[in-house]
Ligand binder design. Structure first.
Ligand code: ADP
Ligand code: 5GP
Length: 201
């Protein structure tokens, strides 16, 4: 049996604090076919974040240069900061047969869906806005003003839900992880990216 697989793009979005990062880390830990797409951002680095691992933290000037050189698969201003996905590393990963995980906002996600219609798009919902508020405060990475801004933006983001192929509510973390994992497993078996050949007699 010979198996050839084309890599796929998995786009994950959802309001800030809904648990995307937590779920992505679990997926990356348990599925060696997945690679995280490290975005560039002009926002300040949070404590514990590593440049080149969580984001490429860059200046506004460098961001403008990348824009001018047309280096982005997608880019957007989110909660007042600029973020973008570099196209070259995504394409290199897919060419190698990896499945590339993008944790990006709905503006960027919709651009990717338009540009790469074969991508897999998944929206992560919180069980309630109150749970979202609690999670953002418990995470303790953003000041109260930033949390207020993120909560306010959450409603507009959820309105984009119907653009996505899949929705997963992150209430119980393990259950949400399992649902995500099943979606990715099924998507890997699609015949437009999975080419098994069985041996003859
Ligand atoms: P995002 O990446 O979407 O902004 P995070 O992954 O940083 O969100 O999660 C926000 C906070 O919520 C973190 O403190 C995380 O530990 C917590 N969290 C994630 N999933 C759950 C869950 N199912 N139940 C309770 N807390 C959760
Ligand atoms: P945070 O600042 O909490 O890391 O991320 C804030 C938001 O920006 C999240 O919704 C996250 O998904 C989104 N984001 C992160 N990287 C990118 C990116 O490259 N492009 C877009 N469009 N959004 C991104």
């Amino acid at each position: 049996m010979k198996e050839v697989r084309k890599g796929m793009l998995v786009v994950i979005s959802g309001p800030s604090g809904t648990g995307k990062g937590t779920l992505c880390n679990r997926l990356l830990h348990n599925d060696t076919s997945l690679r995280f797409s490290v975005s560039v951002t002009t926002r300040a680095r949070r404590e514990g974040e590593i440049d080149g691992v969580h984001y490429h933290f860059i200046s506004e000037q460098k961001y403008d240069e990348l824009l001018k050189q047309d280096c982005f698969l997608e880019h957007a201003t989110v909660h007042g900061h600029r973020y973008g996905t570099l196209e070259a590393p995504v394409d290199e990963g897919i060419e190698k047969g990896h499945n590339i995980l993008l944790d990006i906002d709905p503006q960027g996600a919709i651009s990717v869906m338009d540009k790469r219609p074969d991508c897999v798009s998944i929206f992560i919902l919180p069980p309630s806005y109150e749970a979202l508020r609690v999670r953002l405060h418990t995470r303790n990475t953003d000041d109260p003003e930033e949390i207020k801004r993120r909560l306010k933006n959450a409603r507009g983001e959820v309105e984009k839900l119907s653009r996505y192929q899949y929705a997963v509510v992150n209430d119980d973390l393990q259950m949400a992880y399992e649902k995500l994992s099943h979606i990715i497993s099924a998507e890997k078996q699609r015949t437009n990216r999975y080419f098994p050949t069985i041996e003859d007699f």
